[in-house]
Design a protein around this ligand. Structure first.
Ligand code: HEM
Ligand SMILES: [Cu+2]
Length: 484
């Protein structure tokens, strides 16, 4: 009895943190969207913006969205994972404190110190901008230290989730279900959430270790320029980190699909061998395909680029296929009545799958020679982040806002409008890329303004609907906390 009460207490405390995570994510997403809109308005020449300020916004929007994608994704994963394995909410608390501290440092560094090398802080840009007066040297150190703190926070979360999985299932291999996949065991078959959680723990931990190392090396390089780094190694480490970290956010958030669709339709999502094989394949491939970010780097060994291209084609497929087919199997003739939550989940599956197509196109070396550094690139990742990842997080928020009631509650129109404006918005990036409009340019040529302007209008619609979702959630927080 005492035990039951303690674990219920822990679950409750965990819930309060999850709500805090989602509230933070909601507010930051809206703010970063507004920054994105301002960038689009500036490129449209509808507002006048100092180009230096555009690059500051670009830097904050990039790192802010990536960080908040992780914060929102991990809230989804933790919430559902903690029903299967015992997790200590203290890790959530430590991470949120480090996150806030890191964000404050980054904002200070960028808007006061002028640091603006984009979120990828590609070596040797932080030191070069510092020495040629582009920004204050202290701002580079402050920003990167903030990034480091945020990374340490997420590392602590990953280690805690890893510990919980190992304690409950007896190892990370068993968390991925290898005993079922390879030895045909029927003991302790991990549910989909545990499988996804294990993959996230493995790949994010590796990404964060590489990321923390290169960030620390870059800080040293800014402070002591004589400590040079091999630029090719630096770029490999940065993209191994960045690629893996942002991809893992979708693998965190997709858990909401595995958990909610069965509840809504009353049909279980069983762990099949195909499901396990899909997740194991994606676990390995997501780690080795990052060279698709270095296809223009002629100094890279040819075999690494070949891996980057070929495996990029197949990387997302296993998890996409098992998730897509699993969802269709559950939905088929389920008699589901659609509402905003279920529609957002369906949009998320579509956005993720469709967004992978332009990504794969760009991972083709011959195409990359032309498309690299054009708007095609933000086109593909906004597709699966804006229309794949965010709908998962919004669906989770709205589900909690209704006290986890799975009866249909209407509101599907808002989800469809979000899809419509979102598609219009990403289409303008892709069309711009098709016409070779460069990415990361503060000022555009008159010929390019048509895409910029349509995108700006579409972005207003996206911001309005995202505000509706987030505010609905925020207003319900007192009730969510009271009813537990
Ligand atoms: C209303 C929604 C959004 C708007 C208006 C917007 C707008 C923009 C714009 C204008 C750029 C710069 C494009 C360029 O000229 O190269 C950009 C870049 C970027 N956006 Fe967004 N965005 C939105 C949502 C998102 C979301 C949801 C995410 C991720 C979860 C995201 C992540 C990024 C990243 C990582 C970059 C790249 C920054 C860089 O090049 O260093 N954005 N966005
Ligand atoms: Cu990548």
């Amino acid at each position: 009895m005492a035990d039951a009460r303690t674990s219920a207490g822990i679950a409750d405390r965990g819930r309060t943190w999850i709500v805090l995570y989602l509230a933070t994510a909601g507010v930051v997403i809206l703010l970063m969207m507004v920054f994105g809109l301002v960038m689009r308005l500036a490129q449209s020449e509808w507002i006048a913006l100092d180009p230096a300020f555009y690059y500051q916004l670009l830097t904050v929007h990039g790192i802010g969205m990536v960080g908040i994608a992780a914060l929102g994704g991990v809230a989804v994963l933790w919430h559902y994972l903690s029903a299967h394995v015992a997790l200590r909410p203290a890790a959530l608390a430590i991470n949120l404190v480090l996150f806030m501290l890191g964000v404050a440092m980054i904002l200070w560094a960028v808007f006061i110190g002028g640091f603006a090398p984009a979120w990828t802080f590609l070596y040797p840009l932080p030191a070069v901008g510092s020495s040629n007066g582009q920004w204050q040297a202290w701002s580079a150190v402050l920003d990167l230290t903030g990034v480091l703190l945020i990374g340490v926070g997420f590392l602590i979360l990953c280690l805690e989730m890893g510990r919980g999985i190992v304690a409950a299932y007896g190892g990370l291999g068993r968390g991925l279900g290898w005993h079922v996949l390879f030895a045909g065991s029927k003991e302790k078959v991990p549910p989909p959430t545990v499988v996804a959680g294990t993959m996230v723990v493995i790949v994010t931990t590796l990404a964060l270790i590489a990321g923390a190392t290169i960030v620390a090396m870059t800080i040293l390089n800014v402070l002591f320029p004589a400590l040079a780094i091999d630029p090719l190694i630096a770029k490999n480490m940065i993209y191994f980190f960045g690629h893996t970290f942002i991809n893992a956010t979708i693998y965190m958030a997709v858990v909401v699909v595995y958990e909610l669709l069965p509840r809504i339709t009353g049909r279980p999502w069983k762990t099949s061998k195909v499901f396990l094989a899909g997740w194991t394949l994606s676990t390995t491939m997501v780690l080795v395909i990052y060279p698709h970010h270095l296809l223009m780097d002629f100094a890279m060994p040819g075999w690494a680029l070949a891996i980057g291209q070929v495996l990029s084609y197949v990387n997302s497929l296993p998890v996409l296929v098992v998730t897509g087919l699993g969802a269709l199997a559950i939905l088929h003739r389920s008699g589901i009545s659609w509402d905003v939550v279920s529609t957002l989940l369906l949009i998320a599956m579509f956005g993720w799958m469709a967004g992978v197509i332009p990504a794969v196109v760009d991972a083709t070396i011959s195409v990359n020679y032309v498309m690299h550094n054009t708007m095609w690139v933000p086109g593909h990742f906004h597709f699966y982040l804006l229309l794949g990842l965010l709908p998962m997080i919004f669906a989770f928020m709205l589900h909690l806002a209704r006290g986890e009631d799975v009866a249909a509650h209407g509101g599907d129109l808002s989800a469809l409008l979000y899809l419509g404006f979102g598609l219009g918005f990403v289409a303008m990036f892709l069309l711009g890329g098709w016409a070779s409009v460069p990415r990361r340019w503060a000022v555009h040529l008159p010929e390019w303004l048509v895409w910029d302007r349509i995108a700006a209008v579409m972005a207003v619609g996206v911001v309005v609907l995202a505000t509706v979702f987030v505010v609905t959630f925020l207003l319900r927080i007192p009730r969510i906390l009271r009813h537990g």
